[in-house]
Each structure stands twice: as C-alpha cells, then as structure tokens.
Design a protein around this ligand. Structure first.
Ligand code: FEO
Length: 404
C-alpha cells in the first residue's frame, strides 16, 4: 500500500477514496487534456461499504485513502456500479485485501465482471430498485442499462441523500479540488460538455429515460457523486438539467469547420469558408486536423448547428486524419446538423464525394453545394468557398446563440 494519501470527507457518512490521474491524455480515443480522476467512495455505515474502485495502477492510492479513515478489513461490502476497467481494474486486488462478505453489481455487471476477471469469485446481483440494509442506513440500486454500458447502475444512500452516479454527470478533470463549487465554472462547463459529447451523446434517448426514471423515483438528491471529476454538492440538479438539454441535441448558431490539407489548398478554402460563415453571423470554430483532436471537434459539435468538412483527395480517398474524424463522429450520432463538404484535388478528386456520402449517412442536412478546387484555389473558387460559408450561416440564422 502507498502511504500518505488521505480520504476527503464528502458528507456525514461518505468519504472520497479515489485516485487522481494527472498524466492520462488518452482515454480510449478521447483526449483527456486535463487528466482525470477515478472516484471511489467509502460509506462509513454500521456495515461499511466501498462503492466502486479505481483503475488497476491506482489500487495503492485508493487503499491508502481508505486506511486513513478505517482499517480496510472492516469493509463488509463492495459495490460495482460499472464494470469498465477504470472502475473495476482494482476490484480483484481490493477483494483480496478486504475480503468482503458481499460484492454487489447488477445482473449484467455480475456477468461482465466474471468475463473480465476470470475466477473473481461470487458477485451478488441486485435487482432494479432493490435496497440493501447497511444497519443504520440503506443503499438502493437503480439500473441505467446502456448509459453507458449494459451493466451500468447507480446507487443511492438515503441517510445522506447522495447519488453515486457512476460515469453519469462526470467529467475528465484532474484537480486538487474534490467539489465542483471549488472549481472555475468555465472549466466545468467545457469538460462536462466534452464528456457528454464524447461518451453519452449517442445514448441521448436513453439518457432522457434515465433522468425521467430518477425524477419519478422521488429520491431527494442532495449530492451527486460521479466516478470521474468533481462532486456536485451545491445545486446538484443543475448538471442533470444540462444533460437533459444536451440530450435534445437542438442545433445552435455555431459552425464547426474541420479539415486537413496536403499542400495548403484545402486550408485556404477552409479559411475563406470560415470568414464567410463569420461574416454571415455564425459563431465559427475551425479545426485544422493536423493539430486538433477528434474529441475536441466532437465537443464543439455538441452546441453547433453546422458541420462543414474539408479534405484533399489522396489515393482516391479521404486524407487519413479526416477519415479518422468522420468515423468517430459518425459513431457519436449527433443529430440536427446542417453541413457541407469541400476540398482540393489534383486529378480524380473523390474526397468530397466520400465526405458527402458520410455526411448523408450521419443525417447531416445538406446546407449548400460542395466546393472542389483543382490544385490551388483561384479567386473565383475562394469566392465560392466564402459564399458557401455565408449560405451555411444563413441556414443557422435565428437559432439560439451558442454559449461556448
Ligand atoms: Fe469511467 Fe465507463 O467508465
């Protein structure tokens, strides 16, 4: 066990005993520019419980924090709200060290844990709405299937009105502060939106249902304790309302232009297009993909109304960075966008056609005719790019302004 880590008190009966990963920059394809945390929680009820664990390399840090409150062997139960390895990686070692009487998960979680950690031992499946007594308080479980894994569930501690929300309402943000009210609002707004855009967006329909279910449960929620990032203890329902708004995927007056370039021609087109869209009254964000990450484009798209993509043609197809981004965005299924394509070419010029097909497959409404340029764009081609930007901006006119 590593020494020197302390737990942080969250409420009367709950302590944060997680880990801060300041250095992680890739989270299965999501660029975690500010690192992340893996939050685990210790409930000091008459029957002490550990809720979730951490990524495997952080086992020692978690146990050190636990030991700063109670002797770890006194923990009687471990709850696994979600079996993804950033929360269950340290579970086998935690079970070996603590020897709990029970490990609880959803039925799908029980199966998933068995398939991740062969020979893990008994896991007790809890049913939707089931309550487990901890002596002087109880823990209730609500399934949140496919938000965002089949096994996902959340837990509610009645004594402290605290919802352990697993990945939901979290963000990838390493910090010394444990509570959202201790951090700058603009950082929280951006990282929470980026997290939603990159992880929960394709599940928006289910997110709405989960929010309705939690509201219908009548549970009074005073604190939301997610598995990543800060804990919401002041106005915790504000982040729930943000999720409800993001899930509607309403288009806003912002144009995202993402492109790559081989010899600078497609970049000239992108700049003319962006200038036209800005002049037309749209907030514009340009992403040169040589220096921009797909997950940052996804974050901006969450409150955009248009996606315009540019690619030179290489080997009869898309430039690799553009192909990568389009495959990623297609999977995230952002709905309600308008869009267009552009790009330069030397002799065959198929890239724009590929972009048009992918945009159509993503349900992006064609806002304007594509613009292609043979080799270097001349003044007339750049004027057409500018006009394309103006047309896209006109399409978004009247939509609510984007706040980011
Ligand atoms: Fe943070 Fe889905 O794991």
């Amino acid at each position: 066990m590593n020494d020197g880590f302390k737990a942080v008190r969250v409420t009367d009966n709950v302590w944060w005993v997680g880990a801060v990963d300041w250095g992680v920059r890739d989270f299965h394809g999501y660029k975690t520019s500010r690192g992340t945390t893996y939050n685990a929680y210790l409930v000091t009820a008459e029957t002490p419980v550990l809720v979730d664990t951490v990524k495997k390399p952080f086992f020692g840090e978690m146990m050190s924090r636990v030991a700063s409150v109670i002797e770890p062997g006194k923990i009687r139960c471990i709850v696994s709200n979600h079996s993804e390895m950033d929360h269950s990686g340290a579970l086998p070692e935690a079970i070996a060290a603590i020897r709990p009487e029970k490990v609880f998960a959803s039925e799908m979680g029980r199966k998933a844990l068995g398939e991740h950690f062969h020979g893990l031992g008994d896991v007790t499946a809890v049913r939707e709405g089931e309550k487990v007594s901890l002596g002087n308080m109880s823990l209730a479980f609500l399934e949140t299937k496919m938000v965002h894994w089949p096994d996902s569930m959340v837990s509610y501690l009645d004594a402290d009105k605290l919802l352990f929300s697993q990945d939901g309402f979290g963000m990838h943000l390493a910090s010394g502060e444990r509570f959202a009210d201790e951090l700058p609002g603009h950082v929280l707004d951006y990282e929470a939106a980026k997290y939603y855009a990159n992880i929960l967006l394709p599940l928006s329909g289910l997110v709405v249902k989960v929010i309705e279910k939690i509201k219908a449960s009548g549970l009074e929620i005073g604190v939301i304790a997610p598995d990543h990032g800060p804990i919401w203890r002041k106005e915790p329902l504000a982040i729930v309302e943000k999720y409800a708004a993001w899930a509607t995927q309403k288009p806003l007056n912002k144009t995202v232009i993402a492109y790559d370039t081989m010899w600078g021609s497609t970049e000239l087109m992108a700049m003319a297009l962006g200038d036209g869209a800005a002049a037309g009254g749209s907030r514009v964000r340009l992403f040169p993909l040589k220096s921009s990450h797909r997950s940052d484009v996804a974050a901006e798209l969450l409150d955009a109304g248009a996606l315009v993509v540019g690619s030179p043609t290489i080997n009869n197809g898309l430039f690799p960075t553009v192909a990568d981004m389009m495959a990623y965005l297609k999977g995230l299924k952002r709905q309600g966008l308008a869009g267009a394509a552009f790009g330069s070419y030397g002799w065959s010029g198929e890239a724009v056609k590929h972009l048009e097909e992918t945009l159509a497959a993503m349900n992006v409404e064609k806002a304007a005719e594509s613009v292609r340029s043979k080799y270097v764009p001349d003044a007339d081609t750049l004027a057409r790019c500018r006009a394309l930007g103006e047309t896209v901006a006109a399409k978004l006119k009247g939509l609510p302004e984007a706040v980011r």
